[in-house]
Write a protein that binds this ligand. Structure first.
Ligand code: 13P
Ligand code: SF4
Length: 348
């Protein structure tokens, strides 16, 4: 039963003490997040992983790229475990390393040495490594503006991987007009651009997106505005430019949580982000009216693969002395990926 599983998780956590560390992303289910030693957005989880030097085992409740990042940022003797190996991220999978290297060559032949690559942390270790090797940095949704501004102090142009929406929303906020942005289509190996002169392009957006956040639409917003004009609309910047433009606020999961925490009693909010977080905000804020911007709620299926039975399974294996589902990034990849991650961690 769930009660018995919960009891066992508590027991094993206690047994291991500080040798075991469980970070949990805000999109994780309640049944899992209740056991997290730290919860956070992607940036906070990268920071806590980098700072934790005492845990021998880090059981990461989040998705694959987050566990890879934790492995890169921790010491050699610290082992990172992902409770279910199928917990990937469809957005991270939209930029594969061979495609990226091929695209980079083509872009270099058009633009020469004027481009700095940046990658959203929602990317594989191989992509982070590619970016680090080429002088660039990682970004998260909570420091994207700072990092894109920094990138423009280095080079004239940026290539932003793999989320076109976070890239576009961030550059737009920094004052880059949409007609100076182009989209790189890695399937057709072409630049999608409507202007006349490619020399005008300063932001090249990789054609990737989040399949959860694409479910929040302009139609959803129009409906809320019509039915509840006093509702605030708060979305994650992985939503499209049109959706962010029509919303009242946009920011990372931490930003969303902080915004709701300090919102006045009785205020009304429609939130455009993953379902587990929206549900938790509804449950924890009975004094506010909170709904999902898309009334059908939008779960991230891969985040949801981490559940209580998988968490308990990895812990019971640890109890038996077995490390299962270890995420170990190879040394060379980690070396260059660290360059990209450190640039970000030093800038924030
Ligand atoms: P943040 O928690 O950094 O806002 O990231 C959201 C996300 O989609 C993680 O996969
Ligand atoms: Fe990836 Fe989107 Fe799920 Fe985040 S919410 S893990 S970006 S698919």
């Amino acid at each position: 039963s769930a009660d018995e599983m919960e009891r066992r998780v508590r027991e094993i956590k206690q047994k291991f003490g500080k040798r075991l560390f469980i970070p949990g992303h805000h999109y994780q289910k309640d049944e899992v997040i209740q056991f997290a030693n730290e919860t956070g957005d992607s940036l906070q989880l990268a920071q806590v992983s980098a700072e934790n030097k005492e845990a021998e085992f880090i059981v990461f409740c989040g998705v694959h790229f987050m566990a890879e990042t934790a492995d890169i940022l921790t010491d050699e003797n610290q082992k990172v475990i992902l409770p279910d190996m199928r917990a990937g991220c469809s957005m991270a999978d939209m930029a594969d390393i061979d495609q990226t290297e091929r695209s980079w060559e083509k872009l270099q032949s058009t633009f020469g040495d004027t481009i700095l690559p940046l990658t959203y942390v929602n990317s594989t270790a191989a992509i982070k490594s590619f970016v680090g090797k080429n002088g660039g940095a990682t970004v998260t949704s909570s420091n994207a503006k700072k990092m894109v501004s920094w990138a423009f102090t280095q080079k004239e142009r940026i290539l932003f991987l793999p989320d076109q929406h976070l890239g576009r929303n961030t550059a737009y906020d920094l004052g880059v007009p949409l007609d100076k942005m182009a989209v790189w289509n890695p399937i057709t190996d072409t630049l999608e651009y409507e202007g006349d002169n490619v020399e005008d392009i300063v932001v090249i957006l990789w054609k990737g997106h989040c399949s959860v956040h694409e479910n929040f639409t302009v139609k959803n917003i129009e409906q809320i505005r019509e039915e509840k004009p006093d509702m605030n609309i708060l979305v994650h910047p992985e939503c499209s430019r049109e959706v962010v433009a029509l919303s009242d606020y946009a920011g990372s999961t931490k930003y969303i949580i902080d915004m709701i925490k300090q919102a006045p009693k009785g205020s009304k909010w429609a939130i455009g982000t993953e379902m587990n977080l929206v549900k938790r905000l509804i449950d924890n804020n009975p004094d506010k009216e909170i709904v999902s911007l898309n009334p059908y709620m939008c779960p991230c299926l891969t985040m949801n693969r981490i559940d209580l039975p998988h968490l308990l399974w990895t812990l019971e294996e640890l109890e038996q002395g077995n490390v299962v589902n270890q995420i170990a990034v190879d040394e060379t990849t980690a070396k260059y990926a660290t360059l990209a991650l450190d640039k970000m961690l030093q800038n924030v």
